[in-house]
Design a protein around this ligand. Structure first.
Ligand SMILES: NC(=O)c1ccc[n+]([C@@H]2O[C@H](COP(=O)([O-])OP(=O)(O)OC[C@H]3O[C@@H](n4cnc5c(N)ncnc54)[C@H](OP(=O)(O)O)[C@@H]3O)[C@@H](O)[C@H]2O)c1
Length: 328
């Protein structure tokens, strides 16, 4: 095997740099993954900016990215049942490279027939959205309100809720242009927040009761508007803060409806929380992916040598779905 690999490195300037790096070796509890495709995430750009030494950043170099899909290339000691050649996917730091090492507990099997260029766009969303539903105690037959439902992860949230038997899925977008997209993913009601009152429309869509579970990707005023549209004893989970982290909420809605509010951010340092969610995902959601019931929406796919196109597209805010980098 070669000793070096191509990787997108942050910490040298305002943009990633495609550089030769040593191929990492798996330690105890780790596997080495040969990566065939990666997907970008919202967090990639702020991390790049924070590291930019030409603009006050910390200047510590690191291999960027989180999501990958490929196959096991080597197995460290005490790394479970993984075998060289197993098709895998996952989310772990330093993924924008031809090889990465990952904690074996965070690696997911890649369902048969799911191409790496599609699979790589799933893991962060699967972990986050299934994790949020789990934290909320979601059960089949409950209704779900997804705000910012056209986000890369929100679109997976809609599909997981559908696959797991949600009785009604209410999805929001700011613009009517994306209504058909959400209809196609399985939303029963689409609320266009630029044209409708979110609280009123969500209550109307749930027979006046409100949604049992809210998956909120927007925060700000949107989060506040969700609380009076959450069912008694319901759960509101904040996942993203696209409209900013501050919200003024009506505590009457919280108390009189007996609501529970959660915030989630599933990290690699919190294995005690993340590993059981991945196990549940494995059992309950991977079979639905294998049956083709959940597919990521891909905005665009480029070879890693064209990485600047991917960065520019991500920065534009115009992408609908995931941007994929291939390492073929
Ligand atoms: N908690 C976690 O563990 C976790 C994990 C991953 C991501 N996140 C967070 O989840 C959010 C979504 O991430 P993503 O990568 O999936 O997003 P994304 O695909 O980049 O989302 C783009 C969409 O977000 C909507 N949007 C953008 N700005 C908005 C605003 N100010 N108000 C309302 N909607 C807005 C737009 O949809 P419309 O035009 O249809 O309105 C836009 O098409 C981000 O905040 C991200 O940081 C959290």
């Amino acid at each position: 095997m070669a000793e070096t690999m191509r990787a997108l490195v942050a910490g040298r300037g305002p943009e990633w740099v495609l550089a030769e790096q040593p191929i990492p070796e798996p330690g105890a509890g780790q596997v080495l993954i040969r990566n065939l495709a990666s997907a970008t995430n919202n967090a990639d750009l702020p991390m790049l900016a924070e590291a930019d030494p030409t603009n006050g950043g910390h200047g510590r170099e690191f291999v960027a990215g989180f999501e990958y899909a490929g196959e096991i290339a080597a197995v460290g000691q005490d790394s479970g049942d993984w075998r060289v050649g197993d098709p895998v996917m996952g989310t772990f730091p330093s993924a924008f490279a031809e090889y990465l090492v990952a904690d074996h507990r965070f690696v997911l099997p890649r369902p048969e027939g799911l191409e790496p260029e599609i699979a790589c766009a799933l893991p962060t969303a699967l972990l986050t959205e299934f994790g949020a539903l789990t934290v909320a105690g979601f059960e089949s037959g409950q209704s779900v309100l997804v705000t910012g439902a056209t986000t890369g992860i929100g679109m997976i949230g809609v599909q997981i809720a559908k696959a797991l038997g949600a009785s009604r899925i209410v999805a929001t977008t700011r613009t009517s242009v994306k209504r058909d997209l959400l209809d196609g993913l399985g939303a029963d009601t689409v609320i266009v927040t630029g044209e409708q009152d979110l609280t009123e429309a969500a209550l109307a869509a749930t027979d006046g009761k409100g949604a049992d579970v809210v998956l909120d990707h927007v925060a700000g005023e949107t989060f506040a508007q969700c609380l009076p549209a959450t069912a008694e004893d319901g759960h509101a989970v904040n996942i993203g803060r696209l409209a900013g982290p501050a919200a003024t909420i009506d505590l009457d809605a919280l108390s009189y409806r007996h609501l529970t509010v959660h915030g989630v951010s599933f990290g690699f340092s919190r294995g005690w929380e993340t590993v059981p969610i991945l196990e549940g995902l494995h059992a309950d959601v991977l079979p639905t992916i294998a049956r083709g019931e959940i597919r990521p929406v891909i905005d665009s796919t480029v070879a890693v040598s064209e990485f600047q196109q991917a960065a520019d597209r991500l920065r534009s805010g115009d992408a609908v779905g995931k941007i994929v980098l291939t390492f073929g």
